[in-house]
Design a binder for this molecule. Structure first.
Ligand SMILES: [Zn+2]
Length: 282
């Protein structure tokens, strides 16, 4: 069973606040993991003066380090987290200027995808906390813009949103339709077990790899990805699942006979290759 490839679709690495790319990748690999899809961390986790561009360059560097020095293959995802907008507004920046900065950042993310340095735009979206109607409107505009940019370079978008059910999935699906990006290229990161099409409306759910969510999801189908949203932040241990979770969960499901090797291959290889348009070489 050791040779079954396993992908964590949303895992962070952070050498400033956590263990960093090599440690995390080695832990993931020792547990049976093969591929890591790594979105950049927000600018404020780097330092006060970190620009969007810097934060994106950093994750690309970490991915390079993992690919050079470990047995894991990593891919970067670049974007501007919705909380970046809120933080700027809270710090006194006017909403228009903040929106322009976010748009600039997203444009830069698109360029990195075009240059082959990243495989998707994300995480982008809207906050999980309440904001003013004016600010919410900007978040929604930025989601549409991200989808538009992704569509132009044929890459997916990873969405961070408030806790979403069928109603929100439909809303994002309609936003996707408006800019003509295929719905399955919109990945809902940190998703519940919304695996049926009538629940996710064609978006790709990236299931948070708890026992409950994955087992419930599997009863409905296999058209999903798995992730931990590991933060690699020592000040927030246990805020999310650890880096070994996706490989361990997958092996456990195999042992229990809840999936077979073909199912695992579909979730961890075929689905990933189709959505990101990459070749994992397995
Ligand atoms: Zn994240």
């Amino acid at each position: 069973m050791k040779n079954i490839p396993v992908t964590d679709n949303h895992i962070h690495v952070d050498p400033l606040n956590g263990e960093g790319p090599i440690e995390v990748a080695n832990k993931f690999h020792r547990a049976g993991g093969s591929f890591m899809i790594i979105p950049n961390k927000p600018t404020w986790t780097v330092n006060e003066n970190c620009s969007f561009k810097d934060a994106m360059e950093l994750v690309i560097r970490y991915v390079d380090e993992i690919n050079r020095d470990t047995d894991v293959r990593a891919f970067a995802v670049v974007g501007a987290h919705p909380a970046e907008l809120s933080r700027r507004v809270k710090a006194g920046m006017n909403l228009e200027t903040a929106e322009l900065q976010m748009r600039d950042a997203l444009k830069n993310a698109q360029k990195l995808v075009l240059d082959g340095k990243a495989v998707a735009i994300g995480e982008v979206g809207r906050p999980h906390y309440d904001v003013s109607p004016q600010e919410l409107e900007v978040h929604n505009r930025l989601i549409s813009y991200s989808m538009e940019l992704a569509k132009d370079v044929e890459c997916p978008v990873q969405l961070h949103t408030e806790s979403a059910g069928s109603e929100q999935f439909l809303e994002f699906a309609q936003m996707a339709d408006k800019v003509n990006i295929p719905r399955n290229m919109v990945i809902k990161h940190f998703s519940g077990a919304f695996v049926l099409e009538k629940e996710n409306h064609g978006l790709t759910p990236s299931l948070i790899a708890t026992k409950d969510v994955v087992k419930t999801g599997l009863k409905k189908g296999k058209n999903f990805l798995m992730e931990t949203d590991y933060l690699d932040d020592k000040t927030r241990p246990g805020a999310v699942l650890g880096p070994k979770t996706v490989p361990r969960r997958t092996l456990e499901l195999l042992k229990q006979g809840l999936i077979d090797e073909e199912d695992a291959y579909l979730i961890h290889v075929t689905n990933i290759e189709n959505i990101y348009n990459i070749d994992l070489g397995v």
